[in-house]
Write a protein that binds this ligand. Structure first.
Ligand SMILES: [Zn+2]
Length: 251
């Protein structure tokens, strides 16, 4: 048996042109995946995934894509003194070790685990590569090692690429000391060149305790940095304060 989160992201698909329809996410997943924090406190977590697949890395090496690090996202966060959480793939941390380290050592930010090379832990998963059941734990640990090597930090939270997981996968992450954290607000920045659409989608869905998913990997999410300033201003207007996931979840 397997389950597929309804708001799974189309993620890591450089070159794809359409977004899937995104129905609302249930408040808490039966499989034990955290999708939001307490609704009683007016705090939210902005989270940014750093996707990297072998295919993306070769696009980078060949020069087809200039960068999968959207520095403007980090620049806006720093400029506005906004806390945020980054779910990095191990491969992203290997390609951008300096950036990963800067994120991990900045007290505004927190770095977490988004698998080693962004496979689909259940299938189908928006075209993400299949991973053998027996390779899943090793993939999570390979990411832990790569992120630790680059940053000195050992992540406490894990996020499945595309939100795709099979029964038992959550327990694998828990076995190695990680809580699985997804989201209740999809910013819709993947394959979205129009920042206004990202702003309006995010602000329309956000509420107290929300976990918002966006991307720091640029490439297939090119307008995130442009949207971010207005998103932060909009959150403030609603009386919602961005905090790191650890602060939101209290652990
Ligand atoms: Zn991802």
């Amino acid at each position: 048996m397997k389950f597929l989160l309804p708001a799974a992201l189309l993620s890591g698909l450089a070159g794809a042109t359409t977004l899937p329809a995104l129905p609302p996410v249930p408040s808490l997943n039966a499989a034990g995946i955290v999708t939001h924090g307490p609704r009683t406190v007016r705090q939210v977590a902005l989270t940014f995934d750093g996707d990297m697949t072998a295919g993306m890395e070769s696009e980078l090496r060949s020069g087809k894509v200039k960068s999968f690090y959207n520095e403007s996202v980090v620049a806006v966060l720093k400029k506005t003194n906004t806390p945020a959480t980054f779910f990095l793939t191990g491969m992203w941390a290997q390609v951008y070790p300096q950036a990963a380290k800067e994120l991990a050592t900045n007290p505004l930010f927190e770095v977490e685990n988004h698998s080693y090379d962004h496979p689909g832990f259940s299938q189908p998963c928006y075209g993400l590569a299949r991973i053998a059941t027996g390779a899943k734990l090793a993939n999570m640990l390979q990411a832990q090692r790569a992120i630790h090597l680059a940053t000195g930090v050992t992540p406490k939270y894990f996020r499945f690429p595309g939100g795709c997981a099979e029964n038992g996968d959550v327990q694998l992450a828990e076995k190695v000391g990680m809580t699985v954290v997804h989201w209740d607000v999809v910013g819709g920045d993947v394959n979205q060149p129009n920042p206004q659409k990202i702003v309006s989608q995010t602000l329309a869905r956000v509420q107290a305790g929300s976990i918002i998913v966006l991307h720091v990997s640029g490439g297939h999410a090119p307008a995130t940095g442009e949207a971010l300033g207005e998103i932060i201003a909009g959150l403030k207007k609603k009386g919602l304060t961005p905090v790191t996931l650890k602060t939101l979840l209290g652990k």
